[in-house]
Design a binder for this molecule. Structure first.
Ligand code: ATP
Length: 456
């Protein structure tokens, strides 16, 4: 990661180059929402594809699902979300800024264990210690209230007879409720995992920091169902696999670390995050949680369906334990962009911005650039060949130097330039993004040349 990188620089690059735009921008935006543009959607799709390949395609014991976002509201009672998925919130009456009471206390009083405090205790603590507003410095708070993090909507055809339903705040419940279906239809034997990529929604209070914390985001996660005696082995295995995956995507080891949780949910046996050194500092990138048999036991209880597993080899009946591995696709996209960014000083004194994405993640693999407009017919022929295999960009506007810079900024690993010699001998110039070296290749060899360099 370039030490000159700030979040503002990244946001500006994303906006100007088509990675990410502010949500509903022409209406002045909509807090903590972002729209992926033509370049960003390719990057994020490639990240999701890489995750699916590694954890589903290459693992015969993992099965994918795509569950409904709206679920029977009983699911959220069983999971505990209806009762307790909320944050303690208070507003500064002077500047109208909103804060989480636990964060406010934690930041000033490092030794205080906020997790064991009730709403009332937090309120009393803030009053007794005269904790001031970090934004305006006044001491002028509303009372602390529990702020529900689940978005509610309603379902019903007759006005006045509507039922509350929730936008899911996590995708994993879609796997728990399908445990029996997947096990039966895929003839799966425990241990096996169910994986999913999908949107989650949380009415987050805390400020966003670009893609880091948004109110709707995509999770890529899997739930491994296993025998309790094997559960710690799987927990450690997924810690390693999760770390290997983000390293293989190009995140530097020195910017990654494990963070084991000391305070655990009452049902959890172990939990850890992988943290990444974002431009805003060290923050959670993904989580790996040992959830015991909490999820299946709660769904058995609330649905009345027995979710025990009968081991066909030992005849033992047991409720599987769950190891959860979950990573945000948007947060990982932010990490990948942060790591890839470089302001490179060139020999001629100029500076170029380059996004050093691994080729398999790059939004466009190849840009086809006719040196002059009257070469566009040949260039379009080359584009037609390459675009059957790879996501390609085509650009014939402006000087070739400016076009190379634009491709550097969106991280295109290869540029193919068509010139007058191409018309004579069917060769093109291939320029490498990172080294800027150029070589001359026959058109009929370039597909296999790129294929080798792009593979994950
Ligand atoms: P945090 O402590 O940052 O709020 P969490 O512990 O609540 O995260 P999980 O519920 O374990 O997160 O979700 C798994 C992953 O989903 C996180 O590691 C993160 O990558 C992603 N994620 C969670 N909340 C958000 C959000 N509001 N915006 C973007 N990504 C998120």
């Amino acid at each position: 990661m370039d030490k000159n990188l700030t979040m503002d620089k990244l946001v500006n690059l994303c906006k100007s180059r088509g990675f990410v735009f502010q949500g509903s921008e022409i209406y002045g935006g909509f807090a903590n929402t972002w729209d992926f543009g033509p370049v960003g959607v390719e990057l994020k799709n490639n990240i999701k594809k890489a995750w699916w390949k590694r954890f589903v395609q290459e693992d015969p014991q993992t099965f994918g699902v795509d569950a409904a976002i709206l679920m029977n509201p009983r699911v959220w009672e069983a999971s505990g979300h209806v009762q307790s998925f909320s944050d303690p919130q208070l507003d500064c009456k002077s500047c109208k800024y909103r804060f989480r009471a636990d964060n406010l206390i934690e930041e000033k009083f490092k030794d205080v264990d906020v997790e064991v405090m009730t709403t009332e205790e937090m309120q009393n603590f803030i009053e007794e210690h005269k904790v001031k507003c970090p934004h305006c410095g006044n001491f002028n708070w509303t009372p602390v209230r529990q702020f529900k993090l689940m978005f509610e909507t309603s379902r019903g055809t007759v006005e006045g007879e509507k039922d509350v339903v929730y936008l899911r705040p996590e995708t994993c419940q879609g796997e728990y409720v399908n445990f029996l279906n997947v096990q039966r239809t895929m003839r799966a034997k425990v241990p096996f995992a169910i994986a999913q990529i999908g949107k989650s929604f949380r009415n987050e209070i805390t400020p966003g920091n670009f893609l880091f914390r948004t109110v709707e985001f995509e999770q890529m996660e899997l739930q491994k169902f296993c025998h309790p005696k094997d559960s710690m082995d799987f927990y450690n295995d997924y810690k390693k696999r999760a770390m290997d995956f983000v390293c293989d995507l190009g995140l530097e080891k020195e910017n990654l670390r494990f963070h084991d949780h000391e305070k655990l949910a009452h049902y959890a046996k172990a939990a850890c995050d992988i943290q990444y050194n974002f431009p805003i500092g060290w923050q959670e990138l993904n989580g790996i949680h040992h959830r015991g048999d909490w999820d299946l036991s709660r769904h058995s209880e609330f649905s009345g369906k027995n979710m025990e597993y009968l081991d066909p080899f030992t005849n033992e009946k047991f409720l599987p334990n769950v190891i959860e591995y979950s990573i945000g696709a948007d947060r990982l996209t932010l990490a990948i962009m942060s790591e890839a960014y470089e302001e490179e000083k060139l020999e001629n004194g100029e500076t170029r911005v380059v996004m050093h994405f691994k080729p398999f993640l790059a939004p466009f693999k190849v840009a086809v650039l006719p040196l002059q407009k009257n070469l566009s017919e040949k260039a379009k022929e080359v584009y037609a060949v390459l675009s059957k295999e790879f996501m390609c960009d085509y650009d014939e506007a402006g000087s070739i130097g400016k076009r190379y810079r634009r491709q550097d900024e969106i991280g295109t690993p290869f540029c193919v330039t068509i010139d007058f010699d191409t018309l004579e001998d069917d060769t093109v110039t291939v320029r490498d993004r990172d080294t800027m070296a150029q070589e001359r290749l026959k058109i009929d060899t370039i597909v296999s040349y790129f294929e080798k360099k792009i593979k994950f």
